[in-house]
Write a new protein. Sequence first.
Length: 168
Amino acid sequence: MKTILVLLTVIVFTSCGRSQENKNEMTSENPYYSRTDTSKLAVSNEEWKKILPADLYHVAREAGTERAFTGEYYKHDAKGTYYCAVCGNKLFRSDAKFASSCGWPSFFETDRKGSVIYLDDYSHRMIRTEVKCGRCDSHLGHVFDDGPPPTHKRYCMNSVSLDFEVDE
Ligand code: FE
């Protein structure tokens, strides 16, 4: 009995100590989430729907857009790393984030080549480049050519699609 109590205490304390920013991993069982495994995922929307919170599912799997100026990270300037909220893939460093007036978190470069993929997007009577996670294929946002030097790119991302971990 005593052993069980000790074990339970350890489990409770371990879960409380996990990163608050890691919303997806915190709120549901997501067996695909990993910050170290970079292998491509092929998971159906049917499966993702069972795993992801509704707001994240809508943006990530139905190419939704969160309302401007409402996201958690558009004004966020702590030093750290941004990961895909769906699968944990490393996407951006805070050094590449800049204050954009567009109302969504904006970055001028990705963490590494291949961390995201690009698709032509002709929806809503616009010609845009959609940005998706290179690991799980989830919608993250769009990239535009009006960013700051050195890249002049503006990766305009949905906060809900991002997990943030502050630097130690
Ligand atoms: Fe992902």
